[in-house]
Design a binder for this molecule. Structure first.
Ligand SMILES: Cc1ncc(COP(=O)(O)O)c(C=O)c1O
Length: 317
């Protein structure tokens, strides 16, 4: 049976992925219609970038150790023991990249899914008595978001409560919330959505964390307000320290957003992305000075041009 892979990136016939201990062609990985994750959203995943350093002709994984630690923790929430350590997962990823001969910026998507009910286990939505599967897929990816910036809608959808689904775990099912908010934003002419929680505090955008700037100080929502504790968010906090910019984690209201002079999003996908407007609140036509400084530093770090941060990178070749 031929598999139609609909993607916005070029797919080679021999594109290789890691699947349950083997490196196989992407087209040879199949999931059945009774796959539990497909039916109930019981999967976890990560997004990891690797950046090409053209001077050293080297590809470096960015904060892979942190991403794989989070994958292992997310899997535990779904009662999945990967049986693989962070070091194992990094070794597998490096091997996969080498097999695909990637020598450019890439995006890596590890995906762990609840698969099928074990013999004798009753039909239904559950976590125990279900086996699981892991797949790691890597694709070429440059900067995909606008570098100028984005306009964000304050979504009518609340961020799914951390008391309903733990926000610390990257669980596939919770992304229905992000998809609904994103579609609402696009339908209303915005690029992305920022969601608030049930107590009306700012949480995060659909696939990234939120930062604002006021009086030359940086603010970002508390993890306890129900956000994913993003690895890029943590990186930004450390970069602020390095640049001697005060960065405070606090509850952020709509009023705080309206008093801010700059805003930006952080995430593996969007990297550091200026927010030009939130609803009718305008921050400017391009990134503000603090956002700009952080983007400049981030771009040096990912290309291994800042030795203080080289421990964030793991060489592939
Ligand atoms: C909901 C959500 N928040 C924040 C982030 C940013 O996290 P990270 O910087 O670890 O990619 C992501 C992306 O993974 C996300 O999906």
């Amino acid at each position: 049976m031929s598999v139609n892979i609909s993607t916005s990136y070029p797919v080679k016939n021999n594109w290789l992925v890691y699947s349950d201990g083997e490196i196989v062609s992407l087209c040879d990985v199949h999931y059945l219609v009774n796959n539990q994750a497909l039916n109930y959203g019981t999967g976890v995943f990560e997004g990891i970038r690797a950046y090409w350093d053209n001077d050293a002709k080297q590809l470096n994984l960015f904060r892979a150790r942190e991403h794989y630690s989070r994958l292992i923790e997310s899997a535990k929430v779904l009662k999945i023991d990967l049986g693989l350590s962070v070091d194992d997962l990094i070794e597998i990823t490096i091997n996969l990249i080498k097999k695909n001969e990637f020598k450019q910026d890439i995006y890596i998507r590890p995906l762990v899914l609840k698969k099928s009910l074990m013999p004798g286990v009753g039909f239904g939505v559950r976590l125990t008595g279900v086996d699981s599967t892991i797949c790691i897929n890597a694709i070429p990816m440059n900067q995909y978001a606008s570098t100028v910036g984005v306009k964000c809608l304050i979504s009518g959808w609340k961020r799914v409560s951390q008391y309903s689904i733990p926000s610390q775990a990257k669980i596939t099912g919770s992304y229905v919330n992000s998809a609904l908010a994103f579609e609402e934003a696009v339908e209303k002419g915005f690029d992305d959505a920022i969601m608030f929680n049930e107590n009306n505090f700012c949480t995060e955008a659909t696939t990234s964390n939120v930062f604002i700037v006021n009086n030359d100080q940086v603010y970002t929502p508390l993890v306890s307000d129900g956000i994913l504790d993003g690895i890029t968010r943590k990186s930004v906090i450390e970069m602020c320290e390095y640049l001697e910019i005060t960065c405070t984690q606090k509850q952020i209201t709509k009023k705080d957003l309206s008093l801010a002079t700059e805003g930006f999003l952080s995430g593996t996908g969007v990297e550091i992305l200026p927010v030009l407007a939130v609803d009718d609140i305008q921050y400017g036509l391009s990134s503000g000075p603090i956002t700009h400084k952080l983007i400049e530093l981030f771009n040096l770090i990912i290309r291994n041009k800042k030795s203080n941060f080289s421990h964030w990178l793991i060489p592939v070749y």
